[in-house]
Structure formats: C-alpha cells, structure tokens
Design a protein around this ligand. Structure first.
Ligand SMILES: *Cc1c(COP(=O)(O)O)cnc(C)c1O
Ligand code: SF4
Length: 336
C-alpha cells in the first residue's frame, strides 16, 4: 500500500548529471548489446581504434534497436575504417591544436575570442579532431583563465567570449561561476556564447543550478548546440532547449555533414524542422575537418552544395544552415 508520507509528496529528484555522465557506456561490446547488435562485435577495431568510446545511456536509448546503420550509432561506434590512412587526413587538420592547448584562448576572428574552457566531452564523436587530442582534464584548472581574462581585459575590440572545448558544460557550475566573476570587470565583453553538445547528449546537464547561474548573467547569451540528426531530439532535449531560451539565450545549432548519417536532403530538411520545433535555429553545416581516421565520413563539396541547394528549395531561408569549412589562418569560417 502506498502511504502519503511527506517524502512521497515531494517531486522525485532528477538524477544528477555527473552521475549520469559517469554511468556512460564506455565498452563498444556493451553498446552493441544495448541496441541488439551483438553479432557485430567481431567487426570492432582493436582498442577502439585509439579513441575511447563514450556514450551517455540516454543518447544510446535514442538509437533504433537492431539497426546497424542507425545515424546516432554511427556517430559514436568505433569502426575498422578508422584504421585506414587516407592521404590528406592529418592528426591536426586545422593546424592550431598545439596553440589551443598552450594558450587556452584563441583570438583569430575579429571581435570574438574562443576559450578552450574544458578538454572533456560527454560523448566521443568519431569524426572529431579531438580523437587525437583528448587534452588533459579541465584546461581551466591550470590557471589558464587568469591569462585568458587578462587578454580579454586588455583588448577592447573583443565583444564576445565563446566558451568551447571539448565541451564547456562538462565543467561543474561553480567553475562556470568562477569564470563569469572574472568577466564582471570587463565591460567591453557584452556577449557570452557557449558551444556545447551536452544539452543534446545529456540534457540533464541543464539543471536548476546551471540555469540560476546562466539566467543571472548580465550579458547577452548565445548557445550553439551540436546535433546532426533529428533523432537526437526527444522530450528531454526539447525541455533543455526551452529552459535555455527561458533563461534568455538565443539557441542555434551547428552540424557536421557526415556520410551515411545526414548526407541526404530529406534527413537535412527533417533536422532543420526538428530544430525549429525545439526552438532552435540552424547556424552552420560544417564540412568535415580532415582528421586522420575520419575519411569514411567525408562528403565531397559538390554533393554538399547540391544538398544545401535542395534544402533551399524546400525550406524557409531561416532554416537553411550556412555550409562552411574551417581553414587554418582564415579570418572567418570559409563558405563552401
Ligand atoms: C569557429 C570559431 C569562432 C566562431 O566563429 P563564428 O563565425 O562567429 O561562429 C571564433 N573563434 C574561433 C577561433 C573559431 O574557430
Ligand atoms: S562533443 Fe564536439 S568536441 Fe566533443 S567529441 Fe563530439 S564533436 Fe568533438
């Protein structure tokens, strides 16, 4: 019998995001079993092809059971193809990873500076340049912030600070508070932008403590999510997006164009529509960084342009992302 004790009347407490993060799947065999594909275990590369598997359970739960070409599974499952050496695919395709690591702050584009706030991510995406630089733990812990804040203070041309990584929301909220306290004395920085995949792969991260901090920031706020397929969204992700907006953020999304995952017009159209249903606008569609081990994800430029043209024919202009590529040394992302 259920008795109405005072405790039973309280709302169930949501699981803490850090616990959920720690409980992520890190074994490829387990991931395959969880989606009913254990018969594929013989096709896994040894030692995860040198880049650990990491998938929050909530993200794995959005994969279609029994489907070896599920678009979420393909983003995170180690493949034998990663072991192939493809010409032109480098360890450091954008050419500034060493610089990123050393300085913590990248000021390459006019008006905007990008802080590598954390080297950690909640998910390991197989196509990411990070596969060769799983950095250390928190970059910020190494006293980098003081140097970064000093640079910001001295350069009044910087009006926007971008928190990136890794994933900056992998930092605990008190760490973010520490950073924003440092920003308080720098009046020319009026915008804070956060590049994060956490609201998509671990939406529990957008908890009350985070929102209290975020909503109170005396800055204009932009959150740029990273989702590549409509199936990455569910009610929990929708709720996280809504709470970010309610806290005063403009919420955008960037995607990477990935072969067999989102390289057809129907999939891209559905993604844009699903983003908008969640209150999110598409921002960039990135051509892949040519990082070693990711060649099997590449979509050539001609096909990429045709896909965006097809989107333009079927969607309002505000739902068509800009197709870009990052080229080392450029003063902005380069339109394809
Ligand atoms: C991508 C990037 C930015 C942001 O560019 P936007 O076009 O403003 O989105 C800023 N700084 C660096 C170093 C970047 O790589
Ligand atoms: S979340 Fe972003 S930075 Fe982290 S592994 Fe995925 S693509 Fe790379």
């Amino acid at each position: 019998m259920i008795t109405a004790s005072p405790a039973a009347r309280l709302l169930p407490t949501a699981p803490d995001w850090r616990e959920l993060w720690r409980a992520s799947i890190t074994d490829a065999g387990e991931l395959l079993r969880s989606v009913g594909l254990e018969h594929l275990a013989g096709r896994l590369p040894p030692a995860d092809a040198g880049f650990a598997l990491r998938v929050p359970r909530g993200f794995a739960a959005r994969m279609r059971p029994g489907d070896a070409s599920d678009p979420l599974l393909l983003q995170v499952l180690p493949q034998l193809a990663e072991l192939e050496q493809a010409p032109g695919y480098l360890i450091d395709p954008v050419g500034d990873l060493a610089a990123r690591e050393a300085q913590g702050l990248l000021h390459k584009y006019e008006g905007r500076a990008l802080l590598i706030a954390s080297g950690s991510c909640a998910v390991n995406c197989r196509y990411c340049f990070r596969r060769h630089f799983p950095y250390g733990e928190e970059m910020a812990a190494a006293g980098q912030w003081r140097k970064a804040l000093e640079h910001l203070r001295q350069d009044a041309s910087i009006t926007e600070l971008i928190l990136s990584g890794g994933d900056p929301l992998s930092l605990a909220t008190p760490k973010l508070e520490e950073l924003s306290r440092g920003l308080a004395g720098i009046p020319h920085v009026t915008r804070l932008r956060i590049h994060t995949r956490l609201p998509v792969v671990l939406p529990e991260r957008i908890d009350d403590a985070f929102l209290a901090w975020f909503a109170a920031l005396p800055l204009q706020k932009v959150v740029v999510l990273h989702a590549n397929h409509a199936n990455e969204f569910d009610a929990a992700v929708d709720a996280a997006c809504r709470r970010l907006r309610e806290a005063g953020a403009t919420v955008l999304n960037q995607s990477v164009l990935l072969k067999q995952i989102n390289d057809d017009a129907d999939t891209l159209v559905k993604l844009s529509e699903r983003l908008f249903a969640a209150g999110v606008l598409p921002y960039y569609l990135h051509q892949l960084d040519r990082v070693q081990g990711a060649a099997h994800f590449e979509v050539d430029d001609a096909r990429a342009l045709a896909l965006v043209e097809a989107m333009r024919g079927r969607l309002p202009g505000y739902l068509v992302p800009k197709l870009v590529r990052e080229v080392g040394g450029d003063a902005s992302k380069r339109p394809v």
